[in-house]
Design a protein around this ligand. Sequence first.
Ligand code: MSP
Length: 520
Amino acid sequence: MKEKFYITSPIYYPSSKLTIGNCYTTIVCDAVARFNKLNGKDVFYMTGTDEHGQKVFEAAQKAGKGVKQHLDEIIIDTKYLWKMLDVEYDKFIRTTDEEHVKAVQKIFNELYKKGFIYKSTYKGLYCMPCEAFWTESQLIDGKCPDCGRDVVEQEEEAYFFKLSEFSDKLLKLYKDNPKFLLPTSRVNEMVNNFIKPGLEDLCVTRTSVKWGIPVEFDPKHTIYVWIDALSNYLTGLGYLSEDDKNFKKYWPADIHMIGKDIVRFHSIIWPAILMALDLPLPKQIFGHGWLMLGGDKLSKSKKLATIECTDPRILVPRYSSDAVRYYLLREIPFGSDGNYSTEAFLNKFNSDLCNNFGNLVSRTFSMLRKYMNSQIPEADFDEDQDLKEYVNDEKQKVFRYMNELDVSKALSSVFNIFSRANAYIEKTEPFRLAKDSAQANRLATVMRNLLECIRIGATLLYPFLPNSSSKVLDALNVEKPYSFEDLDKFYGLKKGQVKPLEILFPRLDVQKELEELAKL
Ligand code: MSP
């Protein structure tokens, strides 16, 4: 039986203005999910939308629409965006789904019955855009520490979750499971900024917010965002529904992938809720960095004072989903922030995708057509061991880095294979060998080795850039579903003729593109 692997991205706030920064979490998850599939695991990847709260309600009113209609339109758009970016999920959960709503009510009842939820009065400083309450000490210059906007004082009857009871359990959890929260710097942040100063009980209902899931036994209260939102990881698997086979099969999650802004909710509140419910905890929470634009988080709610184009709906049709995926996956280093600039995006397109990967494939295919009528040749299997060792080492590195979720370095190792193969062309000079009939066997070996490098590189590349890599693999007659098992041996191509292949990444005139994007 295959080993199960359950990975989640956060459920997004509904917005039709998602930037490529917002898309990062989902694209990383897609790459990790695909990687594990090729590695023989039974993968379940879930994403979705977080649809309750005052902000959503107000946005619908502003648009002059009913909330449900407003949301349905955005969700169509979001799903279209994931399709554009080749994101393949197994389930798209919406927190307005009936199954989710019912299960969240049951979760709330259960926590109340067990004595982890009680009724009291909430007084606090509330940030409307972030839908978060803050204490005085958490504010920065009197403003919301997350978005820097004004907060307002609010008081109301509310239910509370006894988060304060979980400090020791959480400290023990981090200590006993050093890989529970990664990168480890985030653990220090949680311990020093939140747990050591003392956890306060958490307000988990609102009476002022009508667009939310009502508490079943006290319906003037709605369940306030985090219990509702976090529970999606369970309810999306059918937890507390008639059909809970996915819950039984996939829970606990292997990875909750999230941005660093929501680490507190996932590594403090979420494990506390699960402990209170007596459920197993996720194995790992990974808080990745942000994509920044000129030092600011690339966010849909901040006005961008630049002409940078960050809209995937423009970038994908113009440059391909793989180009956007490549930039994001390569540019955000393990656990830290990365930068976005249109110029860097275009330059990377040319240097890595066009000159390295694209050029290797087109040179090799064109030589094969010229010298061997596109037939995959036999090779002298003993020659060029250094090339094969290099490819094997980089392959091992890809596995090691992916195991640590260092996606950027993994991708860089895949590209090292392409660089090495390009250097192999320079060194062996197949165009010279082709002129000398005495070198026919050597030419065949060189061409076969190049094709195998491309096969191995493209298979390793598939989780990251599924579109262009599958075109290459298809041209090499490698059939789907791809598997990393096929990479155990250097020689894996079947005899036959390769198919013609279009140019994968046509070279861009960076200056011209910048001008055209500025016009858009
Ligand atoms: N709805 C909550 C999550 C609830 S999960 C139970 C939420 N949604 S969000 O739409 O604001 O953010 C979704 C994801 O996008 C988060 O992981 C967030 O960190 C990520 N990003 C938003 N802007 C980003 C960048 N500029 N760069 C990288 N990731 C970014 O939070």
